[in-house]
Design a protein around this ligand. Structure first.
Ligand SMILES: [Zn+2]
Length: 438
């Protein structure tokens, strides 16, 4: 019975991914195909920025460009997976739905073959319609966000097509390193946890690295992850924050290599210390160094059998406030509480109810016996890494899980998510009583 050597959960605003790698992969001749593509997605005009409700003006220029990047991989049987990473706050669900439908039509890529991830930079454009009311955005800003989203859709569709078009013989291998700047931010108090540095809280400092080489063994792409909010910065310039710098440093160091960042389960993690551009660069360097250090050691070749799956489950929120509670909150001095109450009262008036469930996406990519990637929607706290690791490890003792593990892990992750939502009143998804379509 083979036992997993490591489990890494990555949380993006769209997904958390879990890599599981066997300890004893023998040397194999890889017959994968892989293709990469990159597109700039920096807005070409000032826009409202995502991530902090307290912003009071639109963006003022950029530190560097924001990118969307795609890696397409195909096994000898023709099964494909396209991983798309973005320097964005998140991937709104309508964008995911549109893209998967178009990619299926144009490229015959099934929904389970499309894996989307956002770096959760808090210095990117606001593209989530759900935030407009909560932030009190002016109508022209809302329509600007919609226009950006429409342009982005077309860019992402073309990006997926380019990555598929670029498919060529390749070798895949897995390794991992470490970086230590993520710190837990759920500091316990006598009542609710506070969003504050909590050095005694759980962290996941692992840096998973997927290496992609061409048939001649030349490095072509690096997909790497880290479980931490991309929140060193909160100023008014577009910037990929530490993840943007880490990608930039790796691409500077390796000519003609595409470096792609995938967010891990860092909903309760902040880069520390933070708040300055210099610190974002330092954290980016630390993460790039973690990747470089990982690549100094041997990488485990990945068997050329790919299985992909996607599933949707319904998560139940805690009971919503009553109408009278909402009417009282609508007069609150706290503008965010007031705006949320107005949104929920409007929903109550229009539909006679407040949504009490959230349609939650889970996705897996199983690379032979060597690597398992799990993607989970929303912002996922680091505890999931350890819970899923424990669950997957328990699965190994049952036998036969290697064939079934993607489904076992899907159901495990779903049940964990359900429990968490009930217990923590949705804070794992960063919102209360109202689903976030990100
Ligand atoms: Zn967040």
């Amino acid at each position: 019975m083979q036992k997993p050597s490591c489990v890494v959960v990555l949380t993006g605003t769209l997904l958390a991914s879990l890599f599981l790698s066997d300890a004893h992969s023998a040397e194999r001749v890889a017959t994968w195909k892989a293709g990469v593509a990159t597109v700039v997605i920096t807005p070409d005009e000032p826009m409202w920025m995502a991530g902090y409700a307290g912003r009071d003006k639109p963006s003022e220029g950029k530190v560097h460009d924001l990118f969307a990047k795609a890696l397409a991989v195909e096994d000898p049987a023709g099964t494909r997976l396209v991983i798309v990473t973005t320097d964005l706050i998140g991937i709104p669900r309508p964008l995911r739905d549109w893209l998967q439908q178009e990619a299926a039509t144009r490229y015959e890529l099934p929904p389970e073959g499309l894996l989307l991830n956002a770096s959760h930079t808090h210095c990117g454009p606001e593209l989530r319609a759900s935030k407009a009311s909560l932030y009190g955005l002016a109508p022209e800003r809302v329509s600007q966000g919609q226009a950006y989203l429409e342009a982005l859709q077309s860019k992402l569709l073309a990006l997926v097509g380019s990555a598929i078009e670029n498919l060529a013989l390749a070798k895949l291998s897995y390794t991992h390193g470490r970086a230590g700047f993520a710190m837990n931010r759920r500091r316990p108090t006598e009542t609710e946890p506070r969003n504050a540095p909590y050095p005694d809280g759980p962290v996941d400092h692992d840096v998973p690295v997927l290496r992609v080489e061409n048939a001649d063994g030349e490095l072509k792409a690096i997909v790497f992850g880290y479980a931490c909010h991309n929140t060193t910065l909160g100023f008014y310039q577009f910037c990929g924050d530490y993840a943007g710098f880490a990608q930039q440093y790796l691409e500077d160091a390796h000519e003609n290599v595409t470096a792609m960042f995938v967010t891990g389960c860092g909903a309760d993690q902040n880069p520390q210390p933070r708040r300055t551009l210099d610190l974002a660069q330092q954290h980016g360097r630390a993460l790039a160094n973690g990747v470089e250090a990982a690549m100094l050691g041997p990488s485990k070749p990945i068997d050329e059998r790919l299985q992909v799956a996607i599933a949707e489950t319904s998560l139940q929120f805690a009971d919503p406030p009553s109408r009278s509670e909402l009417e009282s909150q609508a007069k609150s001095k706290n503008k965010y509480e007031r705006r949320r109450a107005v949104v929920l009262l409007q929903q109550l008036d229009e539909t006679s109810k407040i949504d009490t469930s959230y349609s939650y996406l889970l996705q897996t990519a199983n690379f032979g016996d060597d690597l398992l990637m799990i993607a989970m929607a929303g912002e996922v706290v680091v505890d999931y890494v350890f819970a899923i690791q424990a669950g997957v490890s328990r699965g190994t003792s049952l036998g036969g899980w290697l064939q079934q593990r993607r489904f076992r892990v899907c159901s495990l992750a779903a049940s964990l998510a359900r429990r968490r939502i009930r217990k923590r009143r949705c804070d794992a998804l960063h919102n209360v009583a109202r689903p976030v379509r990100t």
